[in-house]
Design a protein around this ligand. Structure first.
Ligand SMILES: [Zn+2]
Length: 123
């Protein structure tokens, strides 16, 4: 298997409701987002998928979140915009854009600080 990873960032604010503690207060993060794409076969140029394509899709998704109050976005309606739910949202949004049977999005990791990260993947 081959794997490529693309990293990007966005900034946003959120409040995590009903969890207790200081995360209930309005605060922001500079999130780092890593997306992992796997596949068995390379194209005729020796690439799994063009990095530029992945970057364009990922940055398109992140631009909808950037500098926003995440709790107010329809993407997170009815849920807490936790790093876990952000990872899930990006995973599914990217999966829809990469409609290529030869490659698949395998994991999205969302770093909310240098030391804490949540990931979403499917079995
Ligand atoms: Zn937070």
């Amino acid at each position: 298997m081959y794997e490529v990873k693309v990293v990007s960032n966005f900034s946003g604010a959120h409040q995590l409701k009903e969890i207790g503690g200081k995360c209930e207060e309005l605060h922001g993060h500079n999130w780092k987002v890593e997306v992992f794409i796997n596949g068995k076969d390379l194209d005729s140029q020796g690439m799994l998928i063009d990095f530029q394509i992945v970057k364009r899709y990922l940055n398109g998704i992140l631009s909808e979140l950037d500098h926003k109050y995440l709790n107010d976005l329809p993407q997170f309606k009815g849920t807490n915009p936790s790093s876990e739910n952000i990872a899930n949202y990006i995973f599914n949004a990217l999966k829809q854009k990469i409609a290529d049977s030869k490659v698949m999005v395998t994991k999205v990791s969302v770093w909310e600080s240098d030391n804490t990260c949540a990931s979403y993947y499917e079995d």
